[in-house]
Design a protein around this ligand. Structure first.
Ligand SMILES: CC(C)(COP(=O)(O)OP(=O)(O)OC[C@H]1O[C@@H](n2cnc3c(N)ncnc32)[C@H](O)[C@@H]1OP(=O)(O)O)[C@@H](O)C(=O)NCCC(=O)NCCS
Length: 203
């Protein structure tokens, strides 16, 4: 079976990149659907206890079987969620994932439920921010959503900075909402509305 990365490389070299992928690309990263061939990486990231120190969700050991089950679900078509791989534009390397879930097509909002750069060596190089920019663009310009919202640990300054750089604002605080390393932590609610996004773009 041809790996997805190889297909993209081939399409790029032939100048025949699928429009959808091209649209979700920046100088640093591009976004694409998760594929079953991403299993080894996502399995590793889900079992990385250190990574979970930064996220609101709880660490749980994940078996290969349940990882495969999860990935099959993530790669299948859904109108309720968007689950994407973050890849380097330079060499198509899959370095992380980004998801929006709980899409409400009436109020037209969705939750930014996660963004991870899985390999610590690839963090703090602007990739997370670049991926979030692309996802916001996709949500507002392609899906017609009007608002994205999410949770972030109050102490996670890098993530807050990334969110604010992309136009999110802090909308509230949930006290003692996450349990991390034996302690309860405060969690911020963040959000961005399409109006903010389009006025930022026009500015
Ligand atoms: C959080 C995460 C997605 C950010 O992506 P990244 O590629 O590492 O971050 P970026 O390089 O895009 O940096 C984002 C901003 O944070 C800033 N930053 C970095 N470290 C910081 C710190 N300790 N305090 C404040 N800001 C910091 C960067 O300078 C940059 O801002 P700038 O462009 O204004 O200079 C990534 O580090 C990650 O996956 N971490 C582990 C999992 C995680 O925390 N997920 C998010 C949960 S909400």
């Amino acid at each position: 079976m041809i790996e997805y990365d190889e297909v993209i490389k081939k399409m790029k070299s032939e100048g025949d990149l699928n429009m959808n992928i091209k649209k979700m690309e920046s100088k640093l990263v591009f976004l694409r659907s998760l594929e079953l061939s991403d299993l080894e990486r996502t399995y590793k990231w889900h079992n990385d206890v250190a990574l979970y120190e930064f996220v609101v969700g709880t660490f749980r050991y994940t078996s290969r079987a349940s990882e495969e089950e999860w990935l099959r679900k993530m790669q299948s078509y859904s109108t309720q969620e968007v689950n994407l791989a973050i890849c380097l534009t330079s060499n198509s390397q899959h370095i992380g994932n980004i998801y929006i879930r709980h899409i409400d097509w009436v109020a037209r909002h969705a939750q930014l439920i996660g963004i991870i750069i899985g390999d610590p060596d690839q963090r703090s190089k602007g990739y997370g921010q670049a991926a979030l920019h692309l996802l916001i663009k996709h949500a507002f310009q392609d899906l017609g959503l009007l608002r994205l919202w999410g949770f972030v640990l109050e102490e996670h300054m890098q993530s807050i900075r990334m969110l604010e750089n992309c136009g999110f604002v802090v909308e509230g605080k949930m006290r003692n909402h996450a349990f991390k390393g034996g302690e309860l932590k405060d969690v911020l609610v963040v959000g961005i509305c399409a109006d903010d996004y389009f006025s930022l773009k026009g500015a």
